[in-house]
Design a protein around this ligand. Sequence first.
Ligand code: NAI
Length: 320
Amino acid sequence: MSAELRFDGKVAIVTGAGAGLGRAYAHLLAKRGAKVVVNDLGGSVSGEVKGTSTARPADVVVEEIKKLGGTAVANYDSVENGDKIVKTAVDAFGTVDIVINNAGILRDISMQKMTDNDWDLIMKVHLKGSYAVARAAWNIMREKGYGRIINTSSSAGIFGSFGQANYAAAKLGLHGFTQSLAKEGEKRNIKCNTIAPLAGTRMTETVMPKELVEALRPEYVAPLVAFLVHDTCPENGSLFEVGAGYICKDRFQRSEGVLFTPQDLTVENVSKNWSKIVDFTNGTIPTSNQDMMEKVMKNIEAAASQKGKEAPKQEAPNPA
Ligand code: NAI
């Protein structure tokens, strides 16, 4: 049997860990030695926060972890205040090694009825919230030369979903965020990946039959997430679908495409070549925007040489 993959000495923040998927991640990491910040503001699925007489969900999960012999502290801030969540980790445990951006809400509504508030709230919790926690942890991770970040997407974002234009936009946006952090963090051993989970939680119990909710236990998603935030994980910038014991990786595909000269590039020629433009027979798997730039540069060079000029050089961006 292979050695147990452990998290001793590591400090993990799991957002929205008072229920569902986040709770399962917090339990698994704590069981394997991580010190965990259990963040949850204790709102409803649609994001309302009301005063409650019952114990706060983050406290409940912290107690569960302590009973199992693990180490955890609670944090009740909204993910929009990521700095406060990271401060809880630093105050309690001195640092942060792992951020699992999991907190989420729904505001499902058709486009024709959507309000700006439905849109803004989803952006705030999912996109701004994931950014805010990662941003507050980022410089700590850079300085120590170690970090693991997970962002939570959804099949709604990857494929689109009726009545979820706000949620889908935020969820696919999170994978763009992941891919950029993966590139920026690479040299400092900061790895960032995205998951699109499927699990029976309060978020899905209203749209799934009871038997399916029970079959899709959050615990079946947690092992992938734990592996992705482990020291030994080779993956960076990737997207995984996961649920009910099934794990797979998704990626983009690019058709071979058609390179038009500026003279040939007419609406009629686009129409005439349409079947070639959308033909994936000789498709490639791009991993950066440089792949496409190479093709485009050929055209720019050809156009420049026709005019007897040197083509402009494409330099890799290197922001401070
Ligand atoms: P859940 O509703 O059981 O748990 C989400 C937790 O996040 C709740 O405890 C809630 O209080 C907390 N939360 C909400 N807004 C917060 C905020 N601003 N700050 C801090 N905590 C906040 O939902 P579930 O299913 O566990 O979802 C976890 C993540 O997985 C979400 O990002 C969700 O969008 C995503 N997801 C879930 C799927 C599923 O099948 N359950 C499918 C695709 C994505």
